[in-house]
Design a protein around this ligand. Structure first.
Ligand code: MN
Length: 285
């Protein structure tokens, strides 16, 4: 199933060219009182909500997908966990260009660990990426993204995929330069998620899917997740060896070779096999 949020916070199921509004299902969510949970309440409740979501979708007529504005498929993630250089060929290109990729930040992922992005950087695919520093180099990074569905800590690789609610497409936008990685990648709009979440049962094994990205029709990135240094399973195990993963947590799995600059006015076209293709515009501040 493909789940999305759209317009003013409506919840929907995408079927072909239609969106079925299943927002009524959200009435079943618990009414939290402070302190509010550190997980996303919709993703946390998905296992219980799915039968009602299916019923509501079957009863809904649907509106054209092209007529709605898609929002990020996870509304309130507690954290965005991201993998630094996690494809061998991207590591090679980063080592070859130390002035662009700030050598201090280019190490093997097993040594550098993961990093966090501010959740305030998240936008949907129909919002523009807005460059705050257009005179500096700003790069695109296409990534397969796993959305955690079940809390866990010290999760084994064998159990890791049981903790995934589904998958989405992500752009991990990056200001190049000397600052800390999480600072440069947490600019508002620098985490693009969408167009929807494909549930883990429908998506299947993330071990070998194609991802690609073009800018203004020009090929930039194309790779398969089988070339990840740390697989989705390994990333979940690695992340949860340091902190508890919560439902709704966003796991950006890393980008392959071919990263390059974008400028105001550019259009990014990006796709992930089994999820879909999106077009994201780039604007200046
Ligand atoms: Mn990245």
């Amino acid at each position: 199933m493909k789940l999305c949020f759209f317009n003013e916070g409506r919840f929907g199921v995408v079927e072909g060219d239609l969106v079925k509004d299943v927002s009524s299902v959200l009435d079943r969510l618990p009414n939290f009182r402070p302190p509010l949970p550190r997980f996303d309440p919709v993703i946390a409740a998905l296992p219980e909500l799915l039968p009602a979501i299916r019923d509501a979708a079957a009863a809904a007529t649907g509106v054209p997908l092209a007529s709605v504005r898609l929002l990020p498929p996870v509304g309130n993630p507690g954290k965005v966990v991201a993998a630094p250089v996690n494809y061998v060929a991207h590591l090679d290109e980063a080592i070859a260009e130390p002035e662009t990729f700030s050598a201090a930040h280019v190490r093997k992922i097993q040594e550098s660990g993961l990093f966090l992005k501010a959740t305030s950087s998240i936008i949907g695919v129909q919002d523009p990426v807005t460059l705050r520093f257009p005179d500096r180099r700003n790069d695109h990074e296409i990534e397969l993204v796993a959305i955690i569905g079940k809390a866990g800590t010290n999760i084994s690789e064998a159990d890791a995929l049981d903790h995934v609610a589904g998958y989405t497409l992500g752009l991990d936008m990056t200001l190049r330069g000397p600052e800390e990685r999480s600072f440069r990648k947490s600019i508002d709009s620098y985490t693009v998620l969408g167009p929807w979440l494909v549930t883990a049962d429908e998506f299947g094994d993330p071990a070998d899917v194609e991802i690609f990205l073009e800018v203004n029709g020009e090929h930039r990135q194309k790779a398969r997740t089988k070339d990840l240094i740390l697989s989705v399973r390994a990333l979940i195990a690695f992340a949860s060896s340091f902190y508890t993963l919560q439902p709704g947590d966003v796991l950006m799995t890393g980008t392959p070779e071919g990263v390059g600059p974008v400028r105001p006015g550019d259009t990014i076209r990006a796709g992930v096999e089994r999820i879909g293709t999106v077009e994201v515009s780039v604007t200046g501040a």
